[in-house]
Design a protein around this ligand. Structure first.
Ligand code: ZN
Length: 381
């Protein structure tokens, strides 16, 4: 998966379109490859013409990938699923949607839209030479794009998750078993199989002398393997954390510090006790939260002259958890806010809210670890 968004190149159907930095590499590679194959077909073309036609065909190729992703997105939007972004990167395109579809039929339709769009483009490009017979450059470029789109459609239909075919496969199993996790596991398994097959094929090609083609397949296989693993890992987490709440894993110990001590003194307290997060109080009233991360955001030489009060996270900016908050969304909130711990608060503002514990990323990860070691015995759903 591309990390980081890359350059935003525009907005289509309200969806921001990004170019990932790895896209440049594949653009150059594909332009070069197209130029080479045009040179073989039309050796009479001057070099500039070969390159120019190569660049045009390459741009149309990426236009085709974008069209494919937009088709997924249009169907997702039809189901009121937000499309966060479309990113073009090394292995093609990726449409990020806001949530998983609620129904198997929706997932199937979102997935099938991509290959259908590519088949449509394939027919479109193959038809162009019929409309403009005799235009050599036009028929060369459209012929190449017809083939490319055909390959895109067929490759994406391979039933290994996370390819479109794998998503359709998952939707079918989901529909018949009514079990999303099981469906993801099976489709993820077939995704791994496809990935290993592709890598094996890549190695065979490389051994036979086609180094670039072989390496490329190896790389795509690697990417698919990673994505298949990740999707299975996600449902594992969902299952492991199912039924667990903040109160199950929180520590009841809530370290407290007064607000008027200096950061120097706070640092000493952290070093002495090894506790990384404290609630800041004054006259038994909660005023904020202090932790090592916040401490480190103040330059070391200023610790002596600043109080905890000046550096702490003020009360209104603290993110809270309630004791019965399910762990999965809680973990997602911790990760999204990039924080390590959250105070757990019971009661409401009016009838005396009080902190009953602290829940940390570590405590959630620990329970996941333990549960996966003990296995299915412990699934308290
Ligand atoms: Zn697709």
């Amino acid at each position: 998966m591309p990390t980081g968004r890359g350059w935003k190149i525009g907005r289509i159907l309200g969806i921001p379109i990004y170019l990932h930095s790895s896209w440049v590499f594949i653009f150059v590679l594909i332009t070069f490859w197209l130029k080479e194959s045009f040179a073989k077909l039309h050796s009479a073309w001057p070099l500039e013409q070969q390159w120019a036609v190569g660049v045009v065909a390459s741009l149309l190729f990426f236009g085709s990938v974008l069209f494919h992703e937009l088709s997924h997105s249009a169907v997702a939007k039809h189901y009121k699923i937000r499309v966060v972004s479309i990113t073009l990167f090394l292995f093609g395109g990726l449409a990020r949607i806001g949530r998983e579809p609620y129904k198997a039929s929706q997932e199937f339709n979102i997935a099938v839209a991509g290959p259908l769009a590519s088949f449509f483009l394939c027919g479109f490009f193959f038809a162009i030479p019929q409309v403009f017979p005799g235009a050599e450059m036009v028929s060369t470029v459209s012929g190449a794009l017809g083939w490319i789109n055909l390959q895109l459609a067929v490759f994406n239909l391979v039933p290994g998750f996370p390819l479109d075919g794998g998503r359709m496969f998952r939707a079918l199993i989901w529909h018949f078993t009514k079990d999303f996790s099981k469906a993801t596991r099976i489709a993820g398994g077939s995704g791994k199989l496809v990935a290993y097959g592709l890598m094996l094929f890549g190695v065979t090609r490389a051994v036979r002398g086609d180094w670039t083609g072989g390496a490329w397949m190896l790389l795509i296989g690697w990417f698919l393997l990673d994505a298949a693993r990740e999707s299975v890992a996600q449902v594992d987490i969902q299952e492991t954390l199912a039924g667990l709440r903040a109160t199950d894993v929180m520590s009841h110990e809530v370290p407290v510090i007064p607000r008027d001590i200096s950061l120097e003194e706070y640092g000493a307290e952290v070093l002495r006790t090894g506790r990384r997060c404290h609630i800041v109080i004054t006259d038994d009233r909660l005023v904020g939260m202090m932790n090592v991360h916040t401490l480190n955001s103040v330059p070391r030489e200023e610790w002596a002259h600043n109080s905890v009060q000046a550096a702490m996270i003020p009360r209104e900016k603290i993110l809270w958890a309630t004791p019965d908050e399910p762990l999965l969304p809680l973990l997602q909130r911790l990760l999204a806010a990039d924080i390590n711990q959250m105070p757990v608060v019971s009661g409401s503002e009016e009838n005396g809210a009080h902190i009953v514990g602290m829940v940390t990323r570590d405590s959630i990860l620990r329970v996941m670890q333990t549960r996966s070691e003990i296995g299915t015995l412990s699934y308290g759903k």
